[in-house]
Design a binder for this molecule. Structure first.
Ligand SMILES: Nc1ncnc2c1ncn2[C@@H]1O[C@H](COP(=O)(O)OP(=O)(O)OP(=O)(O)O)[C@@H](O)[C@H]1O
Ligand SMILES: [Mg+2]
Length: 350
């Protein structure tokens, strides 16, 4: 029924009827009964027979192997009576018909193989797609779990370890103040110890802030980026600036920490790899979307075809950025050229 509703079916039928009428034209009085001259070295009836290949090939293309074989068989039934009963050279005519039908059957089989191969390729692609989706799901879960873990470690470092170190410095101070009769070298030893503990405490605070800046939850993305930029300027001597375009607004906590992590990784990459003198972090708040870019004027690098290649060599930063952006349904573009600096551009629909 579906076949009858297809306009291809009616076109094929019309073509078939046209070929049949042409083949028996003299019987219907359309042309004279005299044997016509040769065209391209072939008789008119040979050309008629070859013409039957048109509906056969068309039908194979549209309806596959069954359609092709069915049309070939019907063409055989239509052509045979003429070859046996009318043709002056029946053997030649039958050989021609067999040749034409053979070509039709071969074309049908060939197209069937192609369709089967296409089916196999599509199945393999679907399998690959599903594997990629699974992988993406795991990466998202790992990214979320990693963020939770960082938050927990940062809180523990801040609340427990840092407090304990602070209490130690207070104890050393109090001990020196309470024991005024201590020998001078003991006093200087204890003061030195106090300074070392203070230094460890300072490093620990920076480390814990880096893990999960508490200001990200309290003051938001821009305040945290200002801190990141000023810290980077102090630590590495690169002139990093923060530029904000559009009306500032708070984003969802997930979007803020994801964007922060991406900018943090891009800035760390600038510090570690770029040899840049200047860098800029730009945040643009637009209508329903937020754009963030991090650019530097450093040495740049040659981007390999896929970030997966970087992951294989243990470089997870850029690939991690891509995964994080995907978590927010956003897009990321990394532009870099040796000698021309690097720009990482992110756009998220928030
Ligand atoms: N701003 C940049 N300037 C110059 N080269 C860069 C810059 N950013 C990245 N690269 C190059 O791209 C590579 C991949 O960066 P990616 O952040 O993925 O890995 P990584 O920084 O080497 O290691 P990881 O981030 O996993 O600790 C770097 O090794 C570096 O060669
Ligand atoms: Mg990196």
């Amino acid at each position: 029924m579906r076949i009858i509703r297809s306009r291809h079916f009616w076109l094929i039928l019309a073509l078939f009827i046209f070929c049949s009428v042409l083949h028996y034209a003299e019987l219907m009085g359309i042309v004279g009964t005299t044997e016509p001259s040769f065209h391209f070295g072939l008789t008119r009836h040979t050309l008629d027979r070859i013409l039957f290949l048109l509906p056969i090939i068309y039908c194979t293309y549209v309806f596959g192997l069954t359609g092709g074989l069915g049309t070939s068989f019907t063409a055989l039934l239509v052509m045979l009576p003429r070859a046996i009963l009318i043709s002056p050279a029946p053997t030649d005519a039958i050989v021609e018909i067999v040749g034409v039908i053979l070509v039709g059957v071969l074309v049908s089989l060939w197209s069937w193989t192609l369709v089967k191969e296409k089916g196999k390729t599509e199945a393999a692609l679907a399998q690959l797609n599903s594997a990629q989706n699974n992988l993406r799901y795991y990466l998202q879960q790992i990214t979320r779990a990693q963020e939770e873990e960082r938050k927990r470690i940062a809180r523990e470092l801040h609340d427990d370890t840092a407090q304990a170190l602070y209490a130690l410095t207070r104890q050393v101070d109090n001990f020196v103040r309470a024991n005024t009769n201590l020998p001078a070298d003991n006093v200087s030893f204890l003061e030195d110890l106090g300074k070392q503990i203070s230094k460890v405490l300072q490093d620990l605070r920076r480390f814990s802030q880096d893990l999960r800046p508490p200001m990200l939850d309290d003051l938001g993305l821009l305040a945290t980026l200002r801190w990141l930029v000023s810290e980077s300027r102090e630590q590495c001597g690169i002139k990093v600036d923060l530029k904000v375009v559009g009306a500032e607004r708070r984003l969802s906590p997930e979007a803020e920490f994801t964007l922060f992590r991406i900018v943090q990784e891009a800035v760390r990459n600038i510090e570690r790899h770029s040899q840049a003198l200047k860098a800029e972090v730009k945040v643009e708040f637009g209508e329903g979307k937020t754009r963030v870019s991090v650019s530097d004027n450093g040495k740049g690098f040659k981007l390999s075809g896929s970030l997966v290649d970087l992951v294989r060599t243990g470089k997870l930063g850029l690939a991690g950025m891509e995964e994080r952006v995907r978590l927010l349904n956003g897009s990321i573009k990394i532009e870099s050229e040796p000698g021309k600096g690097t720009t990482v551009m992110i756009e998220i629909p928030i």
